[in-house]
Design a protein around this ligand. Structure first.
Ligand code: ADP
Length: 605
């Protein structure tokens, strides 16, 4: 079966294109999968952040609600009777509370439209409210409380029950209803008496529970931050609680964070929310823009905090969070994506390199197999001609066709020549094999270039004469001796000369020149060139002719015999002598091969 190089090439091209398509498709898929995976990670992180924010919020609510529950006294009780039990319950709360110092003072206050507002401070030791001058910590709370509209929270229910507006507002079922949060003091505030008569007689009496800013900042809020935003390596997020008038940082996990308004925060939560809106069905509403691929953020808009129904939102406290690594959750997710892409594209690049190497190796192997096949065919041809001649000479002698001694001598000469050809061929092949294996040994010594050239012309004299070639020998006088192995150099030049004879039949001219040139590095380069005026070499073949087994398509088409190892052998010898060999050729005009040898060679291994 003959192998068709064209078909091989087409097959290789198809494989290369298919591999390229598969790799590009992989690249695109990798990108998409990576993007989807990192988007999903972003959404998952935002989800979990949102959940943590909600739990954080619930925990804060628990801590504040405890106070509200314990101080529930007075809702419907007569004003005076409540005081003792309130003080007692405050003591009980302090005994069980996780943060008993969270409440710094409890006041009962009567804001007055005219005259001084009154304030009484709870003395836990005596369980009494003692009159005090209006505390600076309470600021303008009296004026704010007086300005509060005493509207019913739910006019429909109010209308249905027929209650009075003010009474309804303070005495609805839940004991927590009616507490409001003052973000500036900060304090929990609620009417101490819900009876309409109290309101009309003396104005409304209010209970004010002042929270300790220090406990909030250094204990409660840090504990909550660590409980809900703790990662394997400290807090996952920078956490701040900001608010009040003027806006200030109530707590921050990282000094500086929260001081300015935080652009691109990953999570935001209005802690005490806004008044319940009548058109809103659910008390809990969570917003998460999951469709926005570029910005995973968590926003919880929660209205379950019963303390602050009527709190204004503009100085509400707000929880602000920003991812600690990479500056934002978005950048963190972006970096996850980039890292994923780097890893997967590196793997893909490795794959590309591996596939390319595989293709290159397989193309080379195919080419080598083809060349070796050609070599076997060529060697067989080279063997056939001498064998045929020797065979027919033997037949003639055996058949008694050869009568005279003279004829016998001629036959002997012919057979001897052909055997010489055969031995030369076998010798070349063995030498080639030995050189490839690195088994060849050389004895380097100083050689006279003219002597070597003459020896080569003598050994190829038979062929030159048979081919009727004109030889032009031009050896520069006083050439320096080169250091080389004489047998190897002769072999190398013989190959060049026999090629010139084989491929230079058009003009039948052989030029052999030798000259010395001092190169840029100061070394003396002795150049021996072998030229012919024959078929020449196509530029596309020039880069290949020194490869083992390579024969140009034109010489094969012209059926010029050869094995394709002559030039490979010549180059290996030149290299081993520390020199080199090069070629210049014009197709149809001829070729010149030049062997460069040095007086002080650096032999190659
Ligand atoms: P061979 O001559 O046995 O084919 P070589 O290794 O000596 O093998 O040469 C390799 C190829 O280089 C040749 O097949 C031929 O195509 C080209 N070549 C070598 N010498 C010449 C030359 N003097 N003129 C034209 N082509 C040449």
């Amino acid at each position: 079966m003959t192998r068709r190089p064209g078909l091989d090439r087409v097959r290789t091209t198809v494989v290369v294109i298919a591999a390229a398509i598969v790799i590009v498709a992989f690249g695109v898929l990798q990108y998409r999968w990576n993007r989807d995976a990192s988007d999903a990670t972003g959404v998952r992180l935002a989800d979990s952040l949102q959940l943590s924010m909600i739990n954080w919020h619930l925990d804060l609510l628990n801590n504040l609600s405890e106070i509200g529950v314990m101080l529930r006294a007075g809702t419907n009780a007569p004003a005076g009777a409540a005081t003792e039990s309130l003080a007692q319950r405050f003591g009980e709360w302090r005994a069980i509370a996780r943060y008993p110092e969270l409440v710094s003072q409890v006041y009962a206050v009567w804001p007055r439209r005219e005259g001084r507002s009154e304030a009484h401070r709870l003395n836990p030791d005596t369980s009494t409210f003692e009159p005090v001058t209006w505390p600076a910590a309470l600021g303008t709370l009296d004026a704010e409380l007086l300005a509060l509209p005493l509207e019913p929270a739910d006019p429909l229910a109010d209308a249905a029950s027929g209650r009075e507006a003010a009474e309804h507002f303070y005495s609805l079922g839940s004991v927590l209803r009616g507490w409001r949060f003052d973000p500036t003091i900060p304090a929990l505030v609620r009417p101490a008496s819900a009876r309409a008569s109290d309101i009309s007689d003396r104005g409304t009496r209010w209970l004010v529970v002042v929270l300790d800013a220090d406990v909030l900042e250094h204990r409660l809020l840090p504990d909550l931050a660590h409980r809900y935003f703790q990662g394997a390596d400290g807090l996952d997020y920078e956490v701040a609680v900001v608010g009040g008038t003027p806006r200030r940082v109530i707590y921050t996990s990282d000094p500086g964070f929260g001081a300015e308004s935080v652009d691109g925060a990953d999570g935001r939560l209005d802690i005490f929310g806004r008044p319940i809106q009548r058109d809103r069905q659910s008390a809990l509403r969570i917003l998460q823009p999951t469709s926005d691929r570029l910005r995973p953020t968590a926003t919880a808009d929660i209205n379950w905090f019963p303390l602050i129904r009527n709190s204004p939102t503009d100085h509400d406290w707000q929880l602000v969070l920003r991812h600690r690594r990479d500056g934002s959750l978005n950048a963190f997710v972006g970096n996850i994506r980039t890292r994923g892409l780097i890893v997967s594209y590196s793997a893909l690049a490795l794959l590309v390199v591996a596939v390319s190497m595989l293709i290159v190796t397989s193309v080379r192997a195919q080419r080598l197999a083809r060349l070796q096949m050609n070599f076997v065919t060529a060697v067989s041809h080279e063997l056939r001609t001498p064998l045929t001649i020797i065979g027919s000479a033997a037949d003639n002698i055996a058949a008694g066709v050869v009568d005279t001694r003279e004829q016998l001598r001629e036959y002997g000469t012919v057979i001897g020549n052909e055997v010489g050809q055969l031995s030369g061929l076998v010798e070349r092949i063995l030498q080639f094999a030995a050189m490839r294996d690195g088994r060849q040994r050389y004895s380097m010594r100083a050689l006279d270039v003219g002597d070597v050239i003459d020896a080569v012309l003598a050994s190829t004299g038979g062929l030159i004469r048979a081919g009727q070639f004109t030889v032009e020998r031009d050896i520069a006088p006083n050439l320096p001796a080169v250091t080389a192995d004489d047998v190897a150099i002769a072999q190398c030049l013989e190959n060049l000369v026999t090629n010139a004879l084989k491929y230079g039949k058009q003009e039948r001219w052989l030029g052999i020149r030798a000259r010395a040139i001092v190169d840029d590095s100061g070394r003396t380069d002795v150049q021996i060139s072998v030229a012919d005026r024959g078929i020449g070499i196509e530029p596309g073949d020039l880069t290949h002719i020194f490869e083992p087994f390579y024969r140009s398509a034109s010489v094969r088409a012209a059926q010029i015999h050869g094995t394709g190892i002559g030039l490979a052998l010549a180059r290996q010898i030149a290299d081993a002598m520390g020199g080199s060999i090069d070629v210049a050729s014009v197709p149809g005009r001829g070729s010149t091969f030049t062997l460069h040898l040095f007086t002080d060679p650096v032999p190659q291994a």
